[in-house]
Design a protein around this ligand. Structure first.
Ligand SMILES: C[S@@+](CC[C@H](N)C(=O)[O-])C[C@H]1O[C@@H](n2cnc3c(N)ncnc32)[C@H](O)[C@@H]1O
Length: 307
């Protein structure tokens, strides 16, 4: 595997790493190969779903996040009677697929999303136009560690495969901002890959480094420091659910999606294959080599309540 890495990425050692902005500008449109609705995350399998139907598992992940936010769709508001309608923030919203899913289920909620990528903002706004609830979804360009929103202005915040981009293993600045934005009693949900232990053995260290470089991640959050940071900030009701087995059925789609992408977009596609685009092909291939059961990376949904 180490040999594969050194031959697959000859430029990595010499050329500067691909920047975050460049990665998402060049590789962003390729996410359509994974999800026509631009759900830029893995899926959640539950009994009754067809494991071959990827998009329905991706949508189920949205629903699992929504469920843990404990917003009440029946009353069309948050469970705090004084706050009508509920205000929800997607911290790292991509093209807003999860917000559009929530809009269908929360008929009066005010839905906000923030992303660092201008292309995502433009495309997300275009996709929102086709959504009946477009007027309730507001997308903003900015950094989720320093948002323009007032303190205590949200009933719920969530990050679906976006907290991994925040700095450090405890993701302190990201969690601090989430805590600032939530009203007392507000909920946070994070769904992402985590380092369940710090043990990366032998060639796995190289694979992990290359994976992070491909996806322009500093490091995945480490479970123990992340939990301690939540506690230190004053969150309670902290629940960490390891859901690797739920996510695996969608991970198993990677070989087929990659092969189809190579045979269509790479071989006959109009856009040049840049290093950023190749990185996005390589990263999902590397992921299983450092993920449970071979490695320490595991998928978790973490939820908590602001005190
Ligand atoms: C893998 S995508 C996931 C997008 C979306 N949550 C979804 O599931 O479709 C990661 C997202 O995190 C966003 N992101 C990463 N760092 C960010 C930051 N500091 N501030 C705002 N957004 C950020 C990226 O712009 C991108 O939209």
């Amino acid at each position: 595997m180490t040999a594969l890495l050194t031959t697959a990425l000859p430029a990595t050692a010499e050329a500067p790493p691909v920047s975050f902005q460049r990665y998402y500008e060049e590789a962003g449109p390729d996410y359509a190969a994974w999800s026509p609705g631009f759900n830029m995350h893995f899926g959640f399998f539950r009994h009754g779903l067809n494991p071959l139907a990827r998009e329905s598992m991706l949508e189920e992940m949205n629903l699992q996040v929504l469920d843990r936010l404990r917003l009440d769709p029946q009353s069309r508001a948050s469970r705090i009677p004084t706050r009508v309608p509920a205000r929800v923030l997607d911290m790292g919203c991509g093209l807003g697929a999860t917000l559009r899913s929530f809009a269908r289920r929360l008929p009066s909620a005010e839905l906000h999303g923030i992303t660092l990528v201008p292309w995502q903002l433009e495309q997300g706004r275009l996709l929102n136009q086709a959504c009946p609830a477009a007027d309730r979804i507001a997308l903003t360009l900015g950094d989720y560690e320093h948002t323009p929103h007032p303190s205590g202005s949200f009933d719920a915040v969530y990050a679906l495969e976006s907290s991994c981009y925040a700095c450090g293993p405890a993701k302190s600045a990201f969690l601090r901002e989430a805590h600032r934005l939530l009203r007392p009693g507000g909920r946070i949900v994070i769904a992402d890959g985590f380092l369940a232990s710090r043990k990366l053995h032998g060639p796995q260290k190289n694979i992990y480094r290359t994976l992070c470089e491909c996806w322009v991640i500093d490091t995945f959050a480490a479970v123990a420091p992340f939990r301690r940071e939540l506690e230190r900030l004053g969150f309670h009701d902290i629940v960490l659910e390891r859901i690797q087995s739920r996510v695996t059925p969608s991970v198993l789609h990677i070989p087929w999606v990659t092969l189809k992408f190579l045979l269509t977009s790479v071989a006959f596609g109009p856009r040049k294959m840049t290093r950023a685009r190749w990185n996005n092909v390589l990263a999902p291939i590397l992921l299983p080599f450092v993920s449970y059961p071979l490695g320490p990376v595991a998928y978790f949904i973490v939820s908590a309540t602001r005190t």
